[in-house]
Ligand binder design. Sequence first.
Ligand code: NDP
Ligand code: GDR
Length: 366
Amino acid sequence: MKRALITGVTGQDGAYLAELLLTKGYEVHGMKRRTSLFNTDRIDHLFQDPHKSDGRFVLHHGDMTDSSSLTHIIQKVQPDEIYNLAAQSHVAVSFEEPEYTANSDALGALRILEAIRILGLEKKTRFYQASTSELYGLVQETPQKETTPFYPRSPYAVAKLYAYWITVNYREAYGIYACNGILFNHESPNRGETFVTRKITRALARIKLGLQDCLYLGNLDAMRDWGHAKDYVEMQWMMLQQEQPEDFVIATGVQFSVRQFVDAAAGELGMEVRWEGEGADEKGYWTNPQGGARAEPIVSVDPRYFRPTEVETLLGDPSKAKEKLGWTPKITFAELVAEMVREDLKSAERDELVKKHGFSAFDYHE
Ligand code: NDP
Ligand code: GDR
């Protein structure tokens, strides 16, 4: 039985990957950090009570900023494969916490690679690094492929640039089977609520049910190549099954703007989007062209969400993954949006029910 260690197992990708590896018969070890509240919502369905079973899914406490915990876990687990998914993964937050982001995202990868070396696991343990299309930042070539030069535009991307190169360096210097997956944005109903896609589907579902008035966004013109996380974790596994370690771009090859994502999600909900400013009267109200009542806009731009340096456009070329690994994404943009909207509508309906019975529904929106 193969043994895998996933850092970031409580995150979007970690949860999908753990599920995939369990179905493939792996023993899966996940590293989670200590939090004051439970943070295992995404993996609770996989959990097996250690008191009652010798489960194939085991959790360990550890932190990317703590070498000792990483080394101990790797020593104990002796993994065949390590998937390094843990990171402070929010680009905007990295401007507020640049040093922590570098510590966890850049040095964290180094700590794992060093643990592999210190423990003499160079020939046994394969290593996957969660690299990112953010490395391309201010794009030098379109579409972006494995050979496109990098130009990172945030502390997050700069930290990930270090992690990318240290992975390449340890592969070349010590013969470790180490790969970078340069993944473009991938989403799902499990996406964190503060990333733009999930923020949109969640807010529109709540607006539809009267639980929220307005969705505040930043740059509506940003273009992204959005895929589905389920397709992308499969590729993470495939990358570690090759004879030789290599780096791959994973993308759909199609891009949409944030504004188009809003329109697609609203379309799924049968809603007409009222954009701030567009079609508004002098008092800022929007009048339904069909003669309906005046209303507030439901999407407004709040400069608070602009970034000091923005990545305006990303579009990936996944040809290498297709040619060498036979990988193509199965889930389309329209299917992704529909699934996210459906799931967020269900949870908004639950909140509506709670509210109807006199309890206050959770009302946080970032
Ligand atoms: P998430 O933000 O959903 O998950 C990140 C995970 O890392 C969570 O489990 C989080 O724990 C954990 N984590 C964060 N900091 C630490 C730390 N210091 N020590 C231990 N664990 C930590 O990210 P995704 O699942 O979306 O992404 C997975 C990886 O892929 C990340 O490295 C991300 O940067 C990268 N990536 C993501 C892309 C995407 O579009 N999703 C595209 C390209 C790359 P907790 O649950 O406690 O917060
Ligand atoms: P990104 O994802 O920065 O590409 O990083 P995010 O969804 O945060 O932003 C995408 C684009 O939308 C614009 N935007 C907003 N973004 C957020 N979060 N909130 C808003 O209100 C908003 N309005 C407009 C952003 O400016 C940006 O242009 C994600 C993360 O998963 C990274 O970890 C990963 O490496 C990259 O994708 C690939």
